[in-house]
Design a protein around this ligand. Structure first.
Ligand code: GLU
Length: 279
């Protein structure tokens, strides 16, 4: 079976031990399977992502001894294209316009941050027809309609990671209680949901195996739904354990003390880094 995986950091800070674990694991699994390992910069959050971080991440990955196949793929030039693809769902009646506050919507669209759970949307704007769409409105997915449109068998996904290993059957009740009507984009503002862009790219880049941290497991159901609404095949998912500090706290990008660059400056070698993260 073909094996194509990727490391997909959001360049909003330095590469830390947790990222290194994810990148090395995906790289090593791809190489062991004779497959491909791609590097994708998920830089759709134009306020938080910086080219300097991107360069630093690439330099750190090279220093760790990782090589990726093909050029680095960047999402930001594709934002209009992601929105155009989303518009192809407009006819289907699966989307509705939402005028809830900017900060709510921006938070809902951005890449996951530790301790920031996105509450399930109460459906305030669900009754609004798309003909009522105003400039600046967000587009939300009507989850109940999405379930009506999809064969339930298409929503089963395979997970090979340690914690959630097995075949997952995605039911409507669970999805309604945990996902709800997610925001997918906001028109005219060059914003698109991180999990939508990522799903489009996984499909376009022919990703067969998504290898990433356990913190992203909760995004998998919505990505599975989106893949199926757009007629994509599903990748196999592998959510790996998270690298934690001595107090058991997840390492965040903001935690510069754990940045790979800091260890390197302190004279550690790539082998030391592998040891630190148990590889
Ligand atoms: N860009 C995401 C992050 O840095 C990872 C997305 C993914 O691997 O699917 O947390």
């Amino acid at each position: 079976m073909a094996f194509v995986t990727r490391f997909a950091p959001s360049p909003t800070g330095p590469l830390h031990l947790g990222h290194a674990y994810s990148a090395i694991l995906a790289h090593d699994m791809a190489r062991a399977a004779g497959g491909r390992f791609l590097l994708r910069m998920e830089d759709t959050d134009l306020q938080r992502c910086k080219p300097e971080w991107e360069q630093q991440i690439e330099a750190d990955l090279r220093w760790l001894g990782l090589d990726w196949d093909g050029p680095v793929y960047r999402q930001s030039p594709q934002i209009a294209q992601y929105n155009a693809r989303l518009e192809t769902l407009v006819e289907s009646g699966l989307l509705y316009p939402c005028s809830c506050t900017r900060s709510d919507i921006r938070a809902a669209l951005s890449a996951p941050q530790e301790g920031v759970a996105h509450p399930v949307y109460p459906g305030t704007c669900r009754h609004r027809p798309l003909s009522d769409r105003q400039p600046g409105d967000a587009l939300r997915l009507n989850l109940v309609r999405a379930f009506e449109a999809l064969d339930p068998a298409l929503l089963n996904f395979e997970e090979t990671g340690p914690r959630h290993h097995g075949l997952h059957r995605l039911g409507q009740t669970f999805a309604t209680q945990t996902i709800g009507d997610v925001v997918l984009s906001r028109k005219g503002e060059d914003i698109v949901a991180y999990f939508l862009a990522s799903a489009f790219d996984d499909a376009d880049q022919g990703i067969t195996h998504v290898i990433r941290g356990e913190d992203l497991f909760d995004f998998t159901p919505i990505q599975v739904i989106l893949h199926r609404l757009f007629g994509h095949d599903l990748p196999i998912y592998h959510h790996h354990r998270l690298i934690r500090d001595e107090e058991g706290k997840r390492l965040a990008k903001r935690d510069d003390a754990r940045a790979i660059a800091t260890f390197r400056e302190d004279g550690e070698s790539p082998a030391d880094i592998r040891r630190r993260i148990g590889l």
